[in-house]
Each structure stands twice: as C-alpha cells, then as structure tokens.
Write a protein that binds this ligand. Sequence first.
Ligand code: SF4
Ligand code: SF4
Ligand SMILES: [Zn+2]
Length: 274
Amino acid sequence: MEIEVLEKNDVNMRLLIRGVDTPFVNALRRTVLAEVPCMAIDEVVIIENSSVLQDEIIAHRLGLIPLKTDLNGYNLPEECPCKSEFGCNLCRVSLTLDAEAKEGTRTVYSGELISENPDIVPVSDKIPIVKLVKEQKLKLEAYARLGKGKKHAKWQPVSMCTYKYYPQIKIDSKRCDACGKCVEICPRKVLTKNVNKIEVRDLIVCTLCQDCMDVCPQNPPAIDVSWDENTFIFNLESTGALPPKRIITEAIKILDKRLKEFIKHVKVKTREKS
Ligand code: SF4
Ligand code: SF4
Ligand SMILES: [Zn+2]
C-alpha cells in the first residue's frame, strides 16, 4: 500500500491510497465513522429553563455541539477503572451554563458553556443553543464523555468521510476534433481546451459521471473515462474534535487491533478442531 497526502489542513485531509481494494478502504471509512472516540455531552441536569424549548430539545442540541477532544487524558466510560455510572475525573468533564436575557431578546451560544477543563470546550463559540426573550433564563450542568459513533452520531469525529476510485481519462487525439462539447458539459471543470487540443486540467475532482462520454459526437466516444480499482481518493472532514491526522492514525490502530484479535480467534478455533 502507498499513501500520498494530497491535501491537509486543520479540518480536511485528502489521501491518495494505492494498492488496496474496496473492502479495505471501506473498513477504514467505517472505523473512522463508528469506532474512533471523541467527546460529546451526554448527560444534562437542567436547573432552570424558562425558554420556549423543552429540556429534552436543549439537551439534544447540547449533545450535538462538537467538543475539542483529548484522547490521551480521558478513558472511555466502559474502560475507566472507576466503574462508576456517574463517572470520575478520568472519564467525565463537567460544563456549566448560566444565561439570562436581562436587557431583551438574545441568543445563547456554545461559547457561554464553561468547562472545568479548558482543553475540552466547544470547537466553535458561535453555535446557537436557544433564543431567550426578556427575563427568560437557562441554567444547567452538562457532562461530556468519550463515546463512539456506533452508539450515537454525536460521537462521530468527522462530518464527512468518503472515498472514490481514482479516475482515468483517455482522449483519442486522432478521433477528437476538439469540438469542446465535453469541456462545456463537465460539471467539475475537469477538462480544458488548449488551442485545438482537449487536456485534463484537474483529474482528482472528476466524479466519474461520464457525461463527457455521452455528449461526445464521435462513435465510439473519443474520450474514455474509467477508474483504477486499486487506487482511491479518501476524503475526511473533521468536526474539529480531533485533528484529521489523529483520526486516521486512531482508525488504523483500532483496525489493526481488531484484525489481530480476529487472527487470534481463528488460530484458537483451528487448534480446537485439530
Ligand atoms: S466523467 Fe464527469 S466529471 Fe469526469 S471529466 Fe467527464 S464529465 Fe467531467
Ligand atoms: S466531445 Fe469528443 S470530439 Fe468533442 S472535444 Fe470532447 S472528446 Fe473531442
Ligand atoms: Zn471514571
């Protein structure tokens, strides 16, 4: 397997993965979505709520606020030595909110949540929680814990994780008369006309829709779009809970551990039979 980083910043990562098959990349995608833990609010004690939203809706909205996660500093509740349903300092973070509309109507934002750990805070201060009119109040205590996407989507560390085959575009220069129809129809502007020649401008953004083949007046089309079945473009967008690189490395570690467990079980079963 060969991996090339095509793009990387604080939230996005795009990789080119060569020499693997679909089940492997899909297993990696599913591990990212379902198994890599992150922090989310999962218990809320409402002390006072005179807003128009019911307690349950506010609790649900709080749960969906992405929180910056410290994977090294906290345990998953089910793996924490405290074995307590309530949790301890190693498996739970408390956040408080005390908001009141004193002057007039106002919006309560995620930035008003005060965390006991300054490293576990909302990724954005600008996520609206509720709107209060004059004299309405919202006071609560929330508890965030590590969890996995397979239990609830609020624990998914990514807002998007996809893959697609690596496109291959061939233009038969002998039969192409450079009419430009394929350039015009392409929704992703993959192709460009350079004097009397059609060239590929940005291969990676091709969606393999094959509209360019359908519109080509030549029979068979002078342009051919196909894909390499063992090369993939893997895209990941973090919610901000964890850096994209950490999400991928955690997913690989989890996948590796599960495969080792699988091999161990197969060996035990084989020994039992013999
Ligand atoms: S397959 Fe679709 S996206 Fe790709 S070059 Fe052709 S028209 Fe553009
Ligand atoms: S539509 Fe066909 S003939 Fe026209 S420029 Fe594209 S490949 Fe060439
Ligand atoms: Zn604990």
